[in-house]
Design a protein around this ligand. Structure first.
Ligand SMILES: Cc1ncc(COP(=O)(O)O)c(C=O)c1O
Length: 398
């Protein structure tokens, strides 16, 4: 038994269970091809120009990177018209979430978050001796009034995720206005826009404007998702320069490797690629809608390509196991699977080959987020089959 003494709060932290690696899934299930989507990566990969750029700089990895990330901060500044001293770069936005909690949360203080939401907000708060006040989603959306109402005198951060993970829903302008009006000025409003580029431009909220008008707003964006650089770990935060200065104090030096910095610059230089990916995904989404009509989509609320599969109340009981069985294990569709679907009378109108292509296209580059409903929802028989096929056959058995 270990005799060294681990701090109490560390022992009680929940474990983050990442999806299995592609290699592991191949080995365990004897698969040749696996598309991993466990963290909503862009399976189309980055713009090809980025790979070239990365190769060019590999010869310099004997040097430490620029600790202040000047070039990428300048680039973000130029693209989004934000002064460079209002920008911080993180080893993924995860790290900026951590920096925000490290700088603001003390023992007994709290963050207010939606439930369910992205796991790291709570974890980062717990790590500082804080707690998370959780406000259930309402109709899969942030319940803005309740979130604002849950803020108490110990609250230091309110986290909003737009579009949301895991439900893909959007927060609208009126709701942001409500928060701005009703949130105490000493509470930091963190707007996590990890999926920002998946929202068509005309529908985006002007969060850069919110930052320039208020000193208590921190906007987070990442190169991990639509730009396809998840493996390099780079994201950025935009806030008032006093907030950025505080975050910089807790930031470790050299937190962003030199290759990631170069790749992110190249990603912004080729940012029309993000538009291409988004359009492609929207087109595939439409095809998918027309095929799998019993899966419930929430496209009324979002333009993200997300599928929400109403799942049994298993989520509550055993989410980790469920996650491992279905979601984290990757995906492979074979024509045989598709034939099975057709045999079961599910997909009569479409040729097996065509459907395979649609599914593969869809899963390529899409944001695939299963939403495990905590409530028991009646299933239509056909829907149940789909659930089995999508989650069972496609993800695991083939
Ligand atoms: C809502 C949300 N925020 C932040 C992140 C973290 O992204 P990054 O790779 O920049 O750390 C994710 C990744 O899954 C996410 O879904």
């Amino acid at each position: 038994m270990m005799t060294i003494k681990i701090k109490q709060w560390v022992s009680s932290l929940p474990e983050y269970i990442p999806g299995r690696t592609i290699e592991e899934i191949k080995r365990v299930y004897g698969l040749e091809t696996v598309y991993k989507m466990a963290s909503n990566e862009n399976l189309y990969g980055p713009h090809p120009g980025i790979i070239e750029e990365v190769k060019k700089h590999l010869g310099s990895i004997n040097y430490y990177p620029d600790s202040d990330c000047r070039e990428i901060r300048q680039k973000i500044s130029q693209v989004y018209k934000i002064p460079a001293d209002m920008i911080i770069i993180g080893n993924g936005t995860d790290q900026i979430i951590e920096m925000a909690c490290d700088s603001l949360i003390g023992p007994g203080e709290n963050v207010v978050i939606a439930d369910p939401t992205f796991l790291i907000y709570e974890k980062a708060a717990l790590k500082c001796g804080g707690t998370a006040i959780k406000v259930p989603l309402s109709g899969y959306r942030h319940d803005i009034r309740k979130l604002a109402g849950a803020v108490d005198d110990k609250t230091r951060i309110l986290f909003l995720t737009n579009p949301h993970n895991p439900t893909g829903t959007n927060i609208n302008k009126d709701e942001f206005d409500y928060v701005k009006k009703n949130l105490r000025k000493d509470v930091l409003l963190v707007i996590d826009e990890a999926y920002y580029e998946y929202v068509p431009e005309r529908q985006r909220i002007n969060t850069e404007g919110m930052v320039s008008q208020s000193d208590n707003v921190l906007v987070l964006r990442t190169f991990s998702k639509i730009f396809g650089l998840a493996g390099l770990r780079i994201g950025y935060g935009i806030a008032d320069k006093a907030v950025i200065a505080a975050l910089n104090k807790v930031r470790l030096p050299f937190n962003i490797n030199s290759i990631a910095q170069k790749a992110a610059v190249a990603a912004l230089e080729n940012r029309s690629y993000a538009d291409e990916i988004r359009e492609k995904i929207i087109r595939e989404k439409e095809k998918f809608y027309s095929v799998l009509d019993n899966i419930k989509f929430f496209d009324k609320h979002t333009d993200l390509l997300e599928i929400f599969i109403h799942y049994r109340s298993e989520y509550k009981k055993d989410s980790t196991n469920l996650y491992h069985r279905h979601y984290a294990q990757g995906f492979k569709a074979t024509e045989e699977t598709i034939k099975q679907c057709i045999k079961k009378g599910l997909m009569k109108k479409i040729q097996p080959k065509a459907l395979t292509n649609i599914l593969i296209d869809l899963f390529y580059g899409m944001l695939f987020t299963t939403f495990f409903s905590a409530e028991k929802k009646p299933f239509k028989q056909k829907g149940k089959y789909l659930e089995e096929i999508i989650l069972g056959n496609l993800l695991i058995k083939n």
